[in-house]
Design a protein around this ligand. Structure first.
Ligand SMILES: CC(C)[C@H](C(=O)O)[C@@H](O)C(=O)O
Ligand code: SF4
Length: 454
């Protein structure tokens, strides 16, 4: 079955897994876990031991895994060799360039791990390409459709937009995978979100996922797969799709996933990658729930403090004064996000009225911004443009908030204190909304500047 399914980068028909006619079909998530565990079929609730294809560690996760290794060593476990160093890739992203001694120490520890274990795919700040892991996974084609991909970060779910089973795991689980190449998974139930129609100008993937989070709640998909399908998905650029899967974990999801379409396959072809299974869900797959959305009617959204699921239409808070507009992170610091924000600034052609912090998520984004004149657009608007890092998204550095400050941010979490002082307040919004709000110093509908009907 495995060789049938690994049929090159072609879109495989629904029933390629050869399940008996009487069986229910499978979801894409079930198919990937079946392939990885060498089974003909799996169903939600099954516990499987699945081979993991790729593992990511960053400058917060790798030191945590190192600690687990030391603990195992003290109990007599041999941690001198890994199952397959080639399955691992690492990047420095959360606290780089290091803002404090502890972060600097973590970076040194990563260097040591890379040397000791022979980890070759290592993206280091100050030595060329590096950046926020989830953007880098896409840009450098580090994860392929159909793979089981695990990272030391909860937003590893982002890569599900490209058709992988992608999920975050804790240090102990990742340590186990590094030593054994596999782990156990309970096959999640799936909620299907059918996205129909096209987003209007000024409305982005971020608005889609905030709407959905508002509808299902912060625990609306606990340990479930959130699958997105429909012509609305196909109409979205890949980087905007990634914003949608990125925030599935904010509803508690195990993974977010979209079946790879021609756009995905073409993307990988350009990167010189093929030979992966482009799986999709069967028509008779079993879903826990199905939700329909008409993207053509979606309004710009925000998530009010202090939960990503505390969603409201932007109109509810329009005009609210902000102290900072933050454009960055794996959610809102991708190239597409920068382009959408810059479009608003170009159109307005004036300075921001509030502090405006722009942090491209990777060096690839940064270089493209430089080449295409986007850096000038942001600088001309008065923004400070920082080097690639997670930065203020996690309250680390590069624009953290002071007491009672209010920010509008393209990031994914607005828990108390997430971006700085515990009394600060964060409104999550799309990159377009962040740019429009920076210009006005107040939460602003980007369509006011773009001139669309709102
Ligand atoms: C530091 C890291 C483990 C964490 C995560 O798991 O997501 C961070 O990236 C976040 O966004 O909160
Ligand atoms: S940018 Fe923010 S959400 Fe993304 S990995 Fe970094 S800290 Fe986490």
């Amino acid at each position: 079955m495995r060789s049938d399914a690994l049929n090159g980068a072609t879109l495989l028909g629904p029933s390629h897994m050869g399940s008996a006619a009487s069986d229910m079909g499978m979801t894409i998530t079930e198919k990937i876990l079946a392939l990885a565990s060498g089974r003909q079929r799996v169903s939600a609730g099954d516990v499987v031991v699945a081979k993991v294809d790729r593992v990511m560690m960053h400058d917060v996760g790798a030191p945590g895994v190192w600690d687990v290794f030391q603990e195992l060593k003290s109990r007599g476990v041999d941690v001198s060799r890994l199952f397959n160093p080639g399955m691992i890739w690492m990047t420095e992203d959360h606290f780089v360039p290091p803002p404090d001694p502890k972060s600097a120490e973590n970076v040194r520890l990563m260097e040591q791990m890379a040397d000791m274990y022979g980890i070759k795919e290592y993206y280091r700040f100050g030595l060329g390409t590096y950046g926020v892991c989830h953007t880098l996974a896409y840009e450098e084609a580090l994860v392929l459709p159909g793979q089981v991909y695990v990272g030391t970060d909860s937003h590893t779910v982002t890569s599900g937009a490209l058709g992988a089973f992608a999920t975050g795991m804790g240090h102990t689980d990742v340590a186990y995978i590094l030593l054994n190449g596999k782990n156990w998974f309970r096959v999640p139930e799936t909620i299907l979100f059918r996205l129909n129609g096209r987003l209007r100008d000024g409305v982005m993937g971020k608005d889609v996922i905030l709407r959905i989070l508002g509808d299902i709640g912060a625990d609306g998909a606990n340990y479930m797969a959130m699958e997105f399908a429909g012509d609305g998905v196909r109409a979205m650029p890949l980087e905007d799709r990634m914003t949608v899967t990125n925030m599935t974990v904010e509803a508690g999801a195990k993974n977010g996933i979209m079946a790879p379409d021609e756009q995905v396959i073409e993307y990988y072809r350009e990167k010189g990658k093929s030979g992966f299974p482009a799986l999709s869900s069967d028509g008779d797959a079993e879903y826990r729930d199905v939700h329909d959305y008409d993207l053509g009617r979606l309004e710009p959204m925000v998530a009010k403090p202090h939960s990503p699921a505390n969603a409201a239409e932007l109109s509810e808070v329009e005009g609210l004064e902000v102290d900072e507009a933050y454009l960055g992170s794996c959610t809102g610091g991708k190239y597409y996000d920068m382009v959408q924000a810059a479009r608003i600034l170009r159109k307005a052609n004036r300075k921001a009225k509030t502090r405006f912090v722009v942090v491209p998520s990777t060096t690839n984004v940064y270089r493209r911004m430089l080449r295409e004149g986007l850096l000038d657009v942001f600088l001309d608007a008065g923004a400070v443009v920082g080097p690639p890092t997670c930065g203020a998204c996690i309250g680390g550095h590069m624009g953290v908030l002071g007491p009672d400050e209010v920010a509008v941010s393209s990031t994914n979490r607005n828990f108390p204190g997430r971006m700085g002082h515990r009394t600060s307040k964060v409104y999550l919004a799309s990159p377009a909304t962040v740019a429009a709000s920076a210009l006005e110093g107040r939460i602003t509908d980007p369509r006011r500047i773009l001139g669309g009907g709102n």
